[in-house]
Design a protein around this ligand. Structure first.
Ligand SMILES: O=P(O)(O)OC[C@H]1O[C@H](O)[C@H](O)[C@@H](O)[C@@H]1O
Length: 307
């Protein structure tokens, strides 16, 4: 039974920036927290999943910024939150800097220890979201403007829209070591085959070699994630665990058409000395998967994904 608060998302009433590029791709980015709430390919198909659960200024889904802590790796006692995933930027309006380019947006936040009660640190955050033909890049910068060093973990939680999770295949994580959050972080090694889904998954893959391909047979498309500075990846589906879905702000049936593939830096937290800056780059591209048969070489996908 669908809960009452799962009938319509309210994010369309929130202040946001619309991006367009000449090839027909488009995106929408919230000023609150810099969350990307829509990314459409040149055919106008939505590629990101947004929950219909009402959540005020922090709607669930899209591309969410998790900072300064994700999971229980590198937990710092400075953070005032009972949650492992801390999204300090949610609910904070970022400053919009004009780019003069309809396919790109720059958002910034300068904060001091005094005006952040969740993490009493001074930092500067800059985010650039840019569109290319069937491609989106997200560049994040964090500068330590404090008088002492600080450390953090970070992730872009990419909630991808899929036709049916049981028909989806993920390539690029084969044979990697992962920490299984469903088994108290037990370390295991992934099989040599592509990953498919038939139940709940919550894993942190460490030191991913480069590209991750999410192949959706029904939609005949592949989304490729390429990163620099974000070595780890989290794969999450609550499946039919309604309690976990609800805790994360999703509706009971959302799992069927959503897969979360996060790009992050988790295993080894980033340490910044005063005035030091950290930068990370993520590129998402979407391509026709009609040529995908059997094992897909992510390097080949990246090659085809280039405009
Ligand atoms: O509840 P959220 O912060 O949205 O997180 C949703 C999910 O994100 C990550 O992928 C974690 O590994 C999961 O444990 C978590 O449940």
């Amino acid at each position: 039974m669908q809960r009452n608060d799962c009938v319509s998302s309210d994010y369309k009433s929130l202040p946001r920036v619309f991006l367009f590029e000449p090839g027909g791709s488009s995106a929408e980015v919230l000023l609150y927290g810099g969350k990307v709430v829509s990314w459409k390919n040149s055919q106008g198909e939505e590629l990101l999943f947004m929950s219909k659960k009402a959540a005020g200024r922090s709607p669930k889904g899209g591309i969410s910024l998790c900072f300064p802590q994700l999971g229980n790796t590198g937990m710092t006692k400075e953070i005032c939150s009972s949650k492992n995933n801390v999204k300090l930027l949610d609910n904070i309006p970022l400053r919009l800097t004009p780019t003069g380019n309809p396919s790109s947006v720059d958002l910034t936040l300068k904060t001091t220890a005094n005006n952040s009660n969740m993490w009493p640190r001074s930092f500067e955050f800059r985010l650039r979201v840019s569109l290319g033909p069937d491609k989106m890049t997200v560049i994040s910068h964090i500068k330590n403007t404090d008088s002492t060093s600080f450390s953090f973990t970070f992730a872009l939680q990419n909630y991808l829209s899929v036709s049916d999770i049981s028909e989806v295949r993920v390539e690029g994580l084969e044979t990697l070591d992962f920490l299984d959050n469903l088994q108290q972080g037990k370390r295991s090694t992934e099989q040599p085959d592509a990953i498919t889904f038939d139940g709940e998954v919550d894993r942190v893959y460490m030191r991913t070699p480069g590209n991750i391909a999410i192949i959706d047979h029904d939609k005949k498309r592949t989304i490729v994630i390429r990163n620099e500075g974000l070595p780890d990846a989290v794969l999450w589906t609550p499946w039919d665990n309604a309690t976990k879905a609800a805790v994360s702000g999703f509706c009971d049936k959302d799992y069927k058409t959503m897969l979360s593939v996060d790009s992050g830096v988790l295993e080894k937290p980033i340490v910044l000395k005063p005035s030091e800056e950290w930068k990370a780059y993520q590129e998402l591209s979407v391509i026709s998967s009609s040529y995908c048969s059997g094992q897909l070489d992510p390097k080949t996908v990246a090659f085809y994904a280039k405009p």
